[in-house]
Design a binder for this molecule. Structure first.
Ligand SMILES: Cc1ncc(COP(=O)(O)O)c(C=O)c1O
Length: 447
């Protein structure tokens, strides 16, 4: 995840924290240590640890050993991957599921079978993990960036239509941090222009929009089971959908182009495809975790509701707005931070002060379209062949128009999902720490 700190940043902050604590310990004199920000020498609000992630259970071991001892480790033989596909489709209420090697490969395969081809355009949310952009680039299409609604941190449906060109083939909403996008207006604009919809639900297992699970609303949905995810197997992914034709094509493409179901491809031989298969070891791990996922999700939601109710009372802290009648599953829990309401304390210093109070948090996704990846793509020989110079210039210029995303990137603070698995009293520590920092904003700004 891009929100993790690099080692250098971590040690930089740690060193600065120690230095500040020493420098400002004097200020604690005469005040109760609990009232003084930990960064200024006071006592941290949260002294314990937070739940570790991932977690595993001894009861899972026999099923993994069974795969080992069977010698049937490859998807072409063995049972666990097909079993997982049936169970995961049922869990989400989708007709079909295809397990893949990762969330990225799920997106790559999904776009291929939705006929995203070289020189096409796909409208995607910019506020996402870079894999959403990369999956489009690997299909040699152009990731056209919709704007972000800073209040929801998801794709602003009103920003889609103006970005549609004759090359646009698909829209990729991203249910970022497990928060559902507002799918009704997204589906409406896509249907109006006959565009496919591929949901990036890689952070949104069991998130719900108006009674449907995220990943089952568009033409296809894609999930990740990488280590940090709520349903982890080290690596892994899935595509969900209700169209047998698309899922047959996806099964074929993900398995070197072997004919599958009603999709015969270049019968009787291979058609285009790659190896994007899941292993039975991964599926065996995933199959063990369904009950845990349901229980953890309920706990995260309860704790997130508790947190949101308290944070709403704090001036300058704005929890994310969700679409009506939807449920987020909180892969990260974000809020927007207004430094003006914290006596001018900049966001980076706020985060440092929170960490000193024992509350790990970080800035969310940044304006990564200025980081060079997209420049590298559009300056490549292939993209110059596929798109006119004028289109590529307009495309590059359009990054400047992403005002909503700029605001979202500049103001978000996010906490990882494991915090929401803690006890309610620990959740209250988050609120306490923010309130404490707010009182001392001016002092902390100088630290
Ligand atoms: C929003 C989003 N899309 C795609 C991916 C890619 O998934 P994977 O890491 O399993 O390839 C991730 C993974 O973090 C993600 O968060």
């Amino acid at each position: 995840m891009s929100v993790k700190n690099s080692r250098r940043e971590f040690f930089g902050i740690a060193a600065a924290t120690v230095a500040s604590a020493g420098l400002f310990a004097r200020r604690a004199i005469g005040r109760s240590a609990a009232d003084v920000p930990a960064l200024l020498g006071g006592t941290p609000v949260h002294k314990g640890s937070w739940p570790k992630w991932p977690e595993w259970r001894r009861t899972w071991e026999p099923s993994i050993l069974e795969v080992l001892r069977s010698g049937q480790w490859y998807r072409g033989s063995g049972e666990q991957v097909p079993q997982f596909e049936v169970a995961y489709a049922k869990l989400l209420g989708a007709k079909r599921c295809l397990a893949t090697a990762s969330g990225t490969t799920a997106l790559i395969v999904g776009m291929h079978v939705l006929d995203v081809d070289a020189g096409d355009e796909v409208i995607v949310s910019p506020f996402t993990f870079i894999a959403s952009y990369n999956a489009i680039l690997i299909n040699k299409a152009l990731p056209v960036l919709a704007d972000t609604d800073p209040a929801t941190l998801t794709m602003d449906p009103a920003s889609i239509e103006s970005r549609i060109t004759e090359r646009t083939r698909a829209v990729m909403p991203v249910h970022i941090y497990g928060m559902p996008c507002d799918m009704d207006p997204i589906m409406a604009v896509a249907r109006k222009h006959r565009l496919a919809v591929i949901e990036d639900a890689c952070q949104a297992w069991l998130a719900d929009y108006k009674g449907s699970k995220c990943g089952t609303i568009g033409d296809l949905g894609c999930f990740s089971f990488q280590n940090s995810k709520h349903l982890p197997s080290g690596e892994g992914g899935a595509i969900t959908g209700n169209s047998d034709e698309l899922l047959d094509r996806a099964s074929s493409f993900h398995d070197c182009g072997r004919p599958y179901g009603n999709f015969k491809g270049a019968r009787p031989n291979f058609t285009r495809g790659g190896n994007f298969r899941m292993q039975h070891f991964q599926a065996a791990m995933l199959l063990q975790q369904f009950d845990k996922l349901l229980q953890d999700t309920a706990r995260r939601c309860e704790n997130a509701d508790r947190l949101t109710a308290s944070l709403r009372e704090i001036p300058g802290i704005q929890p994310a707005r969700l679409p009506e009648n939807s449920r987020a599953v909180w892969h990260l829990y974000p809020f927007r931070y207004d430094a003006d309401k914290f006596q001018g304390l900049p966001r980076d210093k706020f985060i440092r002060a929170m960490r000193a109070e024992g509350i790990p948090c970080s800035i969310g996704y940044q304006e990564q379209y200025f980081d060079g990846l997209l420049d590298e793509a559009i300056n490549s020989r292939g993209y110059k062949r596929l798109f006119s110079a004028q289109r590529l210039k307009e495309y590059r210029d359009s990054f400047q128009e992403l005002k909503g995303n700029r605001e979202a990137s500049a103001t978000t603070v996010a906490m990882t999902q494991n915090l929401l698995l803690a006890e309610p009293a620990d959740i209250d520590h988050i609120v306490e720490a923010i309130r404490k920092i707010q009182v001392h904003g001016a002092e902390l700004a100088k630290a």
